[in-house]
Design a protein around this ligand. Structure first.
Ligand SMILES: Cc1cc2nc3c(=O)[nH]c(=O)nc-3n(C[C@H](O)[C@H](O)[C@H](O)COP(=O)(O)OP(=O)(O)OC[C@H]3O[C@@H](n4cnc5c(N)ncnc54)[C@H](O)[C@@H]3O)c2cc1C
Length: 214
């Protein structure tokens, strides 16, 4: 049966048969190779040591900022913004995670859930303030999960209560990647628990200017 199939002449010329829908455009292949070379030479050799010593990869984050990999999808108008798409970010995170899983998570969450979110839905004023005040190597956090509200985020209990021209946030978050290193973050809280998920609001918080953060 297989012999029979193999003897059937191909319908398409050779050039078409080698085409794959998974082929990357040359600029993304180059990005992938740059990241792979960085991982092999700089990150992989220290990955086990970082884990053993529970050390945060501060120097690696600075190196990645220099390579334009800490604001991958951010508008190039802002410092460090590379203006690339999600596929570029996925390739970077894939390569980093191959060498060091924790560095991959740190870079993924900062890029995807902080910088990308701020770039896409932040106001001009918010972007100007946060993307210019903090360098591209300064981490941002995403604080959604809580001990009793992991997958079921609609059950979160952090409250946001209006106070003058701002809000007071009160609650405890869990599993927040880079929480201790980040200078700012997006914190989710409910303005009215009775509204369930419709009451949840995202607050962009400057950690340097906020009191009571522990
Ligand atoms: C490396 C890492 C980094 C993280 N960083 C952040 C961060 O920066 N910010 C942040 O906010 N959170 C972060 N999280 C938290 C994460 O996003 C999840 O919210 C959290 O791990 C899931 O909650 P849980 O562990 O309580 O699991 P649970 O919600 O208790 O779920 C336990 C299991 O039950 C399953 N399950 C849950 N609900 C259902 C359902 N309805 N039907 C069927 N199965 C279900 C789940 O798939 C899972 O297998 C991080 C987690 C990890 C592991």
């Amino acid at each position: 049966m297989f012999r029979k199939l193999l003897s059937v002449p191909p319908l398409l010329p050779c050039a078409f048969r080698h085409f794959s829908i998974c082929e990357l455009p040359p600029e993304l292949t180059q990005l992938q190779q740059t990241c792979r070379a960085f991982v092999n030479s700089q990150l992989k050799p220290i990955a086990a040591e970082l884990d053993r010593e529970s050390r945060f990869p501060k120097e690696t984050i600075e190196q990645l900022a220099d390579l334009g990999m800490m604001r991958v999808t951010v508008d190039p108008e802002y410092p460090g913004g590379s203006g690339q798409g999600m596929l570029a970010l996925s390739l970077i995170v894939e390569e980093l995670s191959r060498g060091c899983g924790s560095t991959g998570s740190i870079v993924s969450i900062h890029n995807c859930l902080y910088a990308n979110l701020l770039d896409r839905v932040g106001s001009g004023e918010q972007k100007d303030r946060f993307f210019r005040k903090y360098s591209c190597g300064t981490l941002g956090a995403f604080a959604l999960s809580e001990a009793d509200a992991g997958s079921d985020v609609a059950a979160l209990s952090t409250r946001a209560v209006e106070d003058g021209d701002g809000f007071v946030l009160n609650g405890t978050k869990a599993w927040v990647t880079s929480a201790l290193q980040a200078k700012s973050g997006i914190i989710f809280a409910t303005v009215n628990p009775e509204l369930k998920y419709k009451g949840i609001t995202a607050f962009l918080v400057d950690f340097e200017e906020r009191r009571g953060l522990r």
